[in-house]
Design a protein around this ligand. Structure first.
Ligand code: GLN
Length: 279
């Protein structure tokens, strides 16, 4: 009888082909090209066992990003663990908008509230080496992941621990505040579906209707923005109007929303006036 070959795993029909390949590349620590060139190599029993363990977890629903321990965002590889939300492509519009906001400012001061894996703060710091970027999280475990990402990617980010503005040292004024806070309503059935089941609940939902943390961020921003500074937040598919209203009520100007890759209004923001009361 012929020995089993690597190829036999590539034919695993329980999972999509791409996922099979990604898991196998991970187990072997080899790139795709190697795998395709070596598919008739004998299959070592420990490779088969390691693959099988991951495949079973995937079949049980665990997100690919947690099984692989990484996810690409803004062209950078971020490590992810179940302590942090998995970076979403939709969030790239928040980073792109942030970079536009500070394009004309030399050495901009930027704050990312609830940084999780650090994907937003680190992407900004890498695109703007002159920026002074601070990033907060209430979770020490998340901050450990974010700090490791900053180290791996050589990004200069100052991390601070605490809930929203409580983490931010008094007297710091920012040109820009960004955040992708928990905004899913606690009774949203999506929390019990797909990848979300495995992500930190506290990073997904505020435990209420989904607008509480967004409101906290809007209401505290004036104390931490320089005159003319901007605030941009990611939010849910049906929250754009509510967030624009909050911003307008808090005295922000040029309030608007931008769409994600699916054409859904996904982020909203505005500029805090140079002179309160001016139009
Ligand atoms: N966009 C995520 C989702 O709905 C939620 C992220 C968040 O709450 N910040 O899957």
């Amino acid at each position: 009888m012929s020995e089993p070959q690597l190829k036999s795993l590539l034919l695993d029909a329980r999972l999509p082909r791409l996922e099979v390949r990604m898991l196998l590349e991970h187990v072997l620590a080899k790139p795709r090209a190697w795998l395709l060139a070596h598919d008739t190599d004998p299959l070592a029993p420990e490779v088969a066992a390691a693959y099988e363990a991951l495949a079973r977890r995937r079949i049980a629903g665990e997100p690919m990003a947690y099984l692989l321990g990484s996810r690409e965002f803004m062209g950078h590889m971020f490590r992810v663990t179940p302590d942090v939300l998995i970076p979403r492509p939709d969030t790239e519009v928040l980073v792109e908008t942030a970079l536009e906001c500070v394009a004309a400012i030399a050495g901009p001061a930027v704050l990312d509230l609830g940084t999780g894996s650090g994907a937003i703060a680190i992407s900004i710091a890498l695109a703007r080496r002159d920026a002074r970027v601070m990033a907060s999280d209430v979770s020490a475990a998340a901050l450990a992941v974010a700090a490791a990402n900053a180290w791996d990617l050589t990004a200069a980010v100052r991390f601070v621990e605490g809930s929203w503005y409580e983490a931010v040292p008094a007297g710091e004024g920012f040109d820009l505040i960004v955040s992708n806070p928990p905004y899913v309503a606690s009774d949203d059935p999506h929390l019990d579906q797909g990848d979300l089941r495995f992500e930190p609940r506290g990073a997904l939902t505020d435990g209420a209707g989904g607008l509480d943390d967004l409101r906290r961020i809007v209401q505290g921003a004036a104390n931490h923005l320089k005159p003319g500074g901007a605030l941009w937040m990611e939010h849910g598919w049906d929250q754009a109007q509510a967030v624009r209203d909050m911003l307008a009520q808090a005295g922000f100007q040029d309030v608007c929303s931008r769409k994600d890759l699916a054409g859904i209004e996904r982020i909203s923001g505005g500029r805090y006036p140079l002179h309160p009361g001016s139009t």
